[in-house]
Design a protein around this ligand. Structure first.
Ligand code: DHB
Ligand code: MG
Length: 221
């Protein structure tokens, strides 16, 4: 069974390369205890987000979709001491848990959880005093990915890295007639990128603990 192999190799990588640690594991435990669905990025992929943010030298990071703050803290770890991060979350329950996790990880001075519909919060970020973001991670409700892309581009600048989770979904992304309700929105998101000359992109297919999916990677020109 390939899925078992993907899972076992994910665990092997995690262990051999010391990808996870007590802080990250305690967040997953807290989220599970609180009854959050276990849809956080795999540790190996969280570490990839951290590395991408660090490699890009990001000092301002935006996350759309906080969940329990797991990927948030991976990304916050990439920030320099004077860096900052905003993460947008619609669920108060999730935001409360994330804030606790962010505090426990020591990032409460650098990371703000912004509550409410991301499509309401996004147009207000600049007037709130946030700078244009160096790194943007999109990982919220999939049916709004096209609008999130538009708003993300509004708060981007040359060199901004945009990453989006869950753009392959077991390969369903290539089926225009799928019954899966999110795929048409993911396909629109990809179509918008294909027509946009202001961003260079690729999609990396992934396997692992969470099965077969993929990340959109982009850089604003
Ligand atoms: C699921 C996984 C995700 O990474 C996500 O952001 C939302 C949902 C899922 O497997 O259902
Ligand atoms: Mg996701």
């Amino acid at each position: 069974d390939m899925k078992e192999t993907w899972k076992a190799v994910d665990a092997f990588i995690d262990e051999e390369l010391h990808v996870s640690d007590e802080v990250m594991e305690s967040i997953l435990e807290k989220n599970e205890e609180a009854g959050l669905p276990p849809i956080e990025v795999a540790a190996t992929h969280g570490k990839m987000l951290y590395l991408l943010a660090k490699m890009s030298g990001a000092s301002s990071i935006l996350e759309i979709g906080t969940h329990g703050g797991y990927s948030t803290i991976w990304l916050a770890r990439a920030l320099p001491k004077d860096g900052l991060m905003a993460t947008l979350e619609v669920s108060d329950k999730h935001a409360n848990i994330a804030e606790e996790n962010i505090r426990n990880a020591g990032f409460e001075d650098q990371v703000a959880v912004i509550r409410g519909q991301a499509l309401d919060s996004l147009p207000k970020l600049m007037e709130k005093g946030y700078p244009r973001f160096d790194f943007i991670f999109i990982d919220a409700n999939k049916d709004s990915y096209p609008e999130y892309l538009e708003e993300a581009l509004e708060v981007s600048t040359t060199g901004t890295v945009i990453v989006a989770d869950n753009v392959v979904r077991g390969g369903q992304v290539i089926d225009p007639d799928t019954e899966e309700k999110n795929i048409p929105h993911i396909r629109k998101f990809i179509e918008m990128l294909s027509e946009n000359d202001e961003i260079e992109t690729t999609i990396i297919q992934t396997v692992g603990r969470k099965g077969y999916d993929g990340f959109l990677l982009g850089r604003v020109k």
